[in-house]
Design a binder for this molecule. Structure first.
Ligand SMILES: Cc1cc2nc3c(=O)[nH]c(=O)nc-3n(C[C@H](O)[C@H](O)[C@H](O)COP(=O)(O)O)c2cc1C
Length: 210
């Protein structure tokens, strides 16, 4: 059965472009997969605690005793089960300081485990075969030819880490850029470009949700 795991991370409750776009995808996907499963996690309202040494040891050796508090162990197991059960993973991610929110990093740190790693021998790992859609919202633009081309540490990082756990077989990034043009007076001339970027993101997500 198809199943969508939908994760948001914007610290904004309202006015969040990444939340609006990920919700758009989820709505379309659920309409197109009426019998599909759906689970949602909000990493901003329910942040995952930073990984500890004990949790890391338990991830490396799940059978051992590492003094991990039961609630920490249960959380890791829940996150792992959510990801394994999904056939499509949807990440709604704002750009913070050229990279991902730390809440997403805390989620990643619990899931990059030996059980999920793609082996150099070619074993694709337990998570291979899933569709992954990463929707980002960023205040500026990082497109080729822009002054900050090369400053995007979101997409290259996520490509690498998702690849390492077998989540890059069918991985698509959708960026809504220049979101700050709506509110920063100096960026007002960029509003038409921002609107184009947003419209293109909505259009792409509609197609991806089929
Ligand atoms: C803490 C913080 C750091 C940010 N850093 C960047 C940045 O490095 N580059 C950028 O283009 N925009 C940056 N922004 C702007 C956000 O990326 C932009 O507002 C985006 O739309 C946020 O996603 P959201 O609309 O889903 O909340 C930052 C915003 C915040 C709150």
């Amino acid at each position: 059965m198809p199943s969508l795991l939908h994760i948001d991370a914007s610290i904004r409750r309202t006015g969040s472009v990444s939340r609006e776009l990920s919700a758009h995808f989820a709505t379309q996907w659920r309409q197109n997969h009426a019998d599909g499963g759906y689970s949602y996690r909000d990493l901003a309202t329910q942040p995952i605690p930073h990984i500890t040494h004990a949790v890391r040891e338990a991830l490396l050796d799940p059978s051992g005793e590492h003094g991990v508090p039961p609630e920490e162990r249960a959380l890791t197991e829940t996150l792992t089960a959510e990801l394994r059960e999904a056939t499509t993973l949807l990440l709604g991610i704002p750009m913070y300081n050229y990279s991902i929110p730390s809440t997403i990093k805390a989620w990643v740190d619990r899931l990059v485990t030996p059980a999920h790693m793609v082996a150099p021998s070619g074993d694709p790992g337990l998570l291979s075969g899933k569709s992954v859609v990463v929707v980002t919202a960023r205040g500026g633009s990082y497109a080729p030819g822009t002054p900050r081309e090369g400053w995007d540490y979101q997409e290259p990082y996520l490509r690498a880490v998702l690849h390492s756990i077998g989540l890059a077989d069918n991985l698509t990034f959708v960026h809504a850029e220049l979101t700050l043009a709506a509110t920063v007076p100096q960026m007002a001339p960029l509003k038409p470009l921002a609107e184009q970027s947003l419209a293109a993101a909505y259009e792409t997500l509609k197609t991806l949700a089929l």
